[in-house]
Design a protein around this ligand. Structure first.
Ligand code: NAD
Length: 261
C-alpha cells in the first residue's frame, strides 16, 4: 500500500486578519498573500469599491476611514462579528506629502498625521480587546525608509513615519506580556498606484520613472508583493520570537547607505 503524505496546513490556516488601506498597492498585495496562505482577510479602506472584482471573491471589503474613530470601531466590530475574532492587524493605510517644513501649513500637517499616525492608533485601540483574546496575535505597521533616511522634500511624510517607527517600538513593549507582537516594515520606493499617481504629475513620466529606478541600489523599484511577503512573515507564526523590529524592504537603500557612511 502506498502512503501519500498529508500536506501541512497553510501557514495562516484558521487565522483572521484585517488590512487597512487594503484596496490598493501594498495593502492589497498583503491581503492577497495572507488569503492565499489560508487566512480569512478583511480589507478596511475608505474606498473599498476600488477592490478588483476577483478579489471580492476572497477578501471581505469594509468601508472605513481611519481618521474617523466611530468608523474604525464599527468596522472592527463588524469584522470580528463576521470572522469570529481577530488575530492579525496590518496597519497600512497611509498618504504622502511633499515639501520642506516651509511648504506645508499646519492644516496639512494635521491632515497627514491624522491618517498616518492617529489612524494606526485608532485601529490598534479598536482591535486590542480582540487581539488579547487571540493565541496568535500580531500587529504589523507599514512604516517607510523615510522614517530614518533623511529624505529631501519629505519633512512631513518622514516625521509621520518616524512616529510610526516609535509607536511600533512602544506598542511592542506595552503589549509583549499580553502575547501581542508588534513590528513594522520599512519599504523603499514601491511600485504601487501611489507612485503611478506621482509619476503622472511629472513633466516627463517615463524619464521620471527611469530616474526613480536608477536611484535604487538594486536598479529597480521594490514590488508590492515583495513588501507583502515581508509583512506576512512578521505576522506569521514563524516570527513568534520577532517583536519590536523594523524590517527594511528597500532594495538596499538603507543598509548600503549606512555601510557607505
Ligand atoms: P496606495 O495609495 O496604493 O494605497 C493606499 C490605500 O490606503 C488606498 O486604498 C487608500 O484608499 C487607503 N487609504 C488612504 N487613506 C485612508 C483612510 N483615511 N482610511 C482608510 N483607507 C485609506 O499606497 P501604497 O503605496 O500601497 O502605500 C501603502 C502604505 O505603504 C502607506 O502607509 C505608505 O506610506 C507606505 N509606503 C509606500 C511606499 C511606496 O513607495 N509606495 C514606500 C514606503 C511606504
Amino acid at each position: 500500500m502506498t502512503h501519500t503524505p498529508t500536506p501541512p496546513p497553510p501557514e495562516f490556516d484558521g487565522l483572521r486578519a484585517v488590512v487597512t488601506g487594503g484596496a490598493s498597492g501594498i495593502g492589497l498585495a498583503t491581503a492577497r498573500h495572507l488569503a492565499a496562505h489560508g487566512a480569512r482577510v478583511a480589507v478596511l479602506d475608505r474606498d473599498p469599491d476600488a477592490l478588483p472584482a476577483d478579489d471580492m471573491e476572497i477578501l471581505l471589503p469594509v468601508r472605513c476611514d481611519v481618521t474617523d474613530d466611530a468608523s474604525v470601531r464599527a468596522a472592527v466590530a463588524d469584522v470580528v462579528d463576521r470572522l469570529g475574532g481577530l488575530d492579525i492587524l496590518v496597519n497600512n493605510a497611509g498618504i504622502g506629502a511633499q515639501g520642506t517644513v516651509a511648504d506645508n501649513a499646519d492644516a496639512e500637517w494635521a491632515r497627514v498625521l491624522d491618517v498616518n499616525v492617529l489612524g494606526m492608533v485608532r485601529t490598534t485601540r479598536a482591535a486590542l480587546p480582540y487581539l488579547r483574546a487571540s493565541r496568535h496575535a500580531a500587529v504589523v505597521n507599514t512604516c517607510s525608509v523615510a522614517a530614518t533616511a533623511g529624505l529631501p522634500q519629505r519633512a512631513l511624510y518622514s516625521a509621520s513615519k518616524g512616529a510610526v517607527l516609535s509607536l511600533t517600538l512602544a506598542m511592542a513593549a506595552d503589549h509583549l506580556r499580553e502575547g501581542i507582537r508588534v513590528n513594522c516594515v520599512n519599504p523603499g520606493t514601491a511600485d504601487t498606484p501611489w507612485i503611478g499617481r506621482l509619476l503622472s504629475r511629472a513633466d516627463d513620466p517615463e524619464a521620471e520613472r527611469t530616474a526613480l529606478h536608477a536611484r535604487q541600489p538594486t536598479g529597480r523599484l521594490v514590488s508590492a508583493a515583495e513588501v507583502a511577503a515581508a509583512i506576512a512573515y512578521l505576522a506569521s507564526p514563524a516570527a513568534a520570537s520577532v517583536t519590536g523590529t523594523a524590517l527594511a524592504v528597500d532594495g538596499g537603500m538603507q543598509g548600503l547607505r549606512l555601510r557607505a557612511g
